[in-house]
Design a protein around this ligand. Structure first.
Ligand SMILES: Cc1cc2nc3c(=O)[nH]c(=O)nc-3n(C[C@H](O)[C@H](O)[C@H](O)COP(=O)(O)O)c2cc1C
Ligand SMILES: Nc1ncnc2c1ncn2[C@@H]1O[C@H](COP(=O)(O)OP(=O)(O)O)[C@@H](O)[C@H]1O
Length: 205
């Protein structure tokens, strides 16, 4: 899935510590989405942040000519790489672990389907309008209704743990590009032995 990040319902999820970047749910560009079960998923997100964004990571000149970081040999992380979450990609894209919800958010009783991504990285600024690509690798659970906001937040935080633990496993970690994941109980790990083909996340436009 890919698209430009749009505004959501402005429920202040940022204040709750769980901002979610929304992508347009459009049957023309994502025909699979109408038949995809609603629920919580995890995977990888890549962002094409502008150079003016404080989290922008310059692509090292050694890999700027590569059409696929997943096919390129691992390069050492540049010294100005983010301390956690982000990973050097290519062609302007940086790869992050993510957890997302697809559906109607039963707690809020939405009438339109949304696709919302919580990127597992602490950003210093918003990134509305930025191109985001997703590689959705696994399903965590169905969407639930809750008796209170705190229970929803607790479950989302647990989803984040599930995502971090799962994405740190070789079968789900990107091949050929080092990525950082803050694994619960283990701290920030640089994953180097990934097996997952992720070239799509950094393919030039
Ligand atoms: C990992 C994750 C799991 C979620 N699970 C649920 C859920 O089970 N039920 C629900 O109603 N909303 C769920 N949501 C959606 C939140 O309610 C949503 O992010 C919130 O409504 C803020 O929306 P907004 O950013 O569009 O304002 C989930 C969101 C994320 C990122
Ligand atoms: N870690 C993050 N994951 C997702 N979005 C983030 C993150 N950090 C900052 N943002 C920004 O916050 C926005 C979402 O904030 P939110 O309060 O959920 O508002 P909205 O209702 O407009 O989606 C995203 O579009 C993005 O620009």
């Amino acid at each position: 899935m890919s698209g430009l990040v749009i505004s959501g319902f402005g429920r202040g999820s940022k204040e709750l510590g769980i901002p979610t970047a929304n992508l347009p749910v459009d049957d023309a560009t994502t025909p699979w989405i109408s038949s995809t079960p609603s629920g919580v998923y995890f995977g990888w997100a890549s962002l094409n942040l502008p150079a003016s964004h404080p989290d922008f990571v310059p692509t090292p000149s050694s890999s700027s000519s590569s059409s696929s970081a997943a096919a390129a040999p691992s390069a050492p992380a540049p010294t100005d790489a983010p301390k956690r979450g982000g990973a050097q990609g290519a062609n302007g894209f940086t790869i992050y672990p993510m957890v997302m919800s697809i559906g109607y958010n039963p707690f809020y009783k939405n009438t339109v389907r949304s696709a919302e991504v919580h990127v597992l990285h602490r950003f210093q600024a918003d990134f509305y309008g930025v191109e985001m690509r997703l590689l959705v690798t696994g399903f965590i659970r169905e969407e639930l209704d809750y008796s209170g906001l705190e229970a929803l937040i607790a479950d989302i935080n647990f989803d984040c743990e599930v995502a971090r633990r799962s994405l740190a496993r070789d079968g789900w970690a990107p091949r050929g590009v080092d990525v950082e994941v803050d694994v619960p109980g283990e701290g920030v790990k640089v994953l180097t032995g990934g097996l997952l083909e992720c070239g799509w996340l950094v393919r030039p436009n």
